[in-house]
Design a protein around this ligand. Sequence first.
Ligand SMILES: Cc1cc2nc3c(=O)[nH]c(=O)nc-3n(C[C@H](O)[C@H](O)[C@H](O)COP(=O)(O)OP(=O)(O)OC[C@H]3O[C@@H](n4cnc5c(N)ncnc54)[C@H](O)[C@@H]3O)c2cc1C
Length: 592
Amino acid sequence: MTYRAPLADIGVALKYAAALPAAIDEGLFGDLTMDDVDAVLAEAGRFAGEVIAPLNRVGDTYGTPFAHGVVTTPPGWKEAYAGWRDGGWNGLAAPAEWGGQALPQIVNAACTEMWHAASMAFADGPMLTMGAIDALQAHGSEALKRSYLRKMVSGEWTATMQLTEPQAGSDVGALRTRAERAGDGSYRLKGQKIFITYGEHDLTDNIIHLVLARLPDAPPGTRGISLFLVPKFLLNADGSLGARNDVRAHSVEHKLGIHGSPTCTMIFGDQAGAVGYLVGEENAGMACMFTMMNRARLAVGLQGVGVAECATQQALGFARERRQGRSAGMKAVESAPIIAHPDVRRMLLSMRALTGAARAICYATAIALDRAERGADETARKTAHERASLLTPVAKAFSTDIGIEVASLGVQVHGGMGYIEETGAAQLYRDARIAAIYEGTSGIQAIDLVTRKLPLAGGAAVGAHVKELRGIVEAVEASNDPAFGWTPVRLEDAVESLARATEWMLGRRGNEADAALAGASPYLRLFGLATGGCLLANEALAALRLGEEAAPRVALARFFAENFSVQAGGLERTIVEGAPGLLGADAALTLP
Ligand SMILES: Cc1cc2nc3c(=O)[nH]c(=O)nc-3n(C[C@H](O)[C@H](O)[C@H](O)COP(=O)(O)OP(=O)(O)OC[C@H]3O[C@@H](n4cnc5c(N)ncnc54)[C@H](O)[C@@H]3O)c2cc1C
């Protein structure tokens, strides 16, 4: 499968959707320069395109065979992983103290997009390891950090994130894996986890599991969950690998996509119990896990962007080669490349525009994470933290939904060949599907946005966001550039629909709360369309100002505003009229 890193598009999103140069000028990242960033991205693009992308197809066809407790990764993956580790990619944004490069989250986000575009299945393992590094760095004891972090940062060991059990999926509080105090400061875990990504594999000689479990005297629900570090191999006093811990993979799932990513059922405590070490405080595991999940949610959003980008590139290449039918004025014996047909161009433009909008939202989220970490003062960090919290569910759900839609359009552009496996379009569609499910489904993200994120700071976080979008609309209006067409009008409508729908959401209390839940998914979509449209327009305005590739960027922003942001009004009605109506429509489910 071929993939060429879209460095120009990534650069534009970094500069104008995320305003990275301004953050650099403010001194947030020490002596880092845009030239340094460009050099990192160019090398990441080369590694993604030349080393990872060629492995994507073999990962899909070979899968991850499981025998006698051992998972074998596809041919060539071990070598590629060694290259990944030696290139230092695992520790790009990790603390320098543990061997990382401490680069901004936004730079890591751009690289993450490229890894996932090249192969979601390959990049899944490192993605979770990076999240585990964040959780351990934020909540682990000094002893745990000293023992594990350096090798996780280097990529010598990978990590997993273990929440899910048969009865505990979206409802994490229902988990039953038990942890007992061993009396020596460690714990013994017994139980079963399902669907664990890279729970077992042959890429590294140790795997560090971060596992949620419940102490015997824990309160029920999420307030009674603790986080434990459970290594596959215990460590000797000198840090070398010791005895095998009492944890094993029981099986590997057969699934729709990401066949190269082993999804394991894990068994803890066949014998005396798996040795685990507490991360953070007892019964405070959910807060620790959220550190990991929030980073992973952005990274999964970037899977959506990556897979959409790859699907767009493939569809464009195919549409330029495949000849069918004639365009106006052609002779009867001639045939046109399908890209000449307006309906095919509509599909290709939709793919490009949706991908660009999702990228802009994800990068805006990543820079907010950087500002939350490194902002000049407490107030700046708090405001940025609220903005990152607000945008994270949108980055995750909107972008992964876009990943599926764009990959589906990619199949459509290929016609029958898209349904046949050899073009790779079908694999992208199958792979993209999981991203809207794991790390919290799109539905759960929408509920998070509506119930927890909109009320943040008394509504000030979302208020500031709407104000920013209005500022972009005014700038587009002020440009008076006819090339924007209906863009300012459509964007203004979209932003005002978002503002009204937000007010409506914030007003649903008490016995009206269910109406907000019923409207949560369309609200998140509206949020994404209004925000994505404005961020694309902002990129176009910057291109006009600087005279860089202005015409294509304006055309893309205009296409998005006129074809997608225009849907905002319908979504507003779906929310304020359709959602309360939905609650009374249950009778329709009783039809035979
Ligand atoms: C390939 C793969 C890899 C995975 N990797 C990991 C991993 O590494 N670690 C890990 O811990 N887990 C992992 N998972 C599990 C994944 O996170 C869960 O599948 C996901 O969170 C959804 O849980 P569930 O499957 O139990 O679905 P359910 O929770 O049963 O949800 C079913 C449907 O109901 C909806 N729903 C559920 N509750 C509500 C509610 N309160 N309000 C509204 N709608 C609701 C959901 O949105 C969904 O549409 C993985 C899963 C897969 C398939």
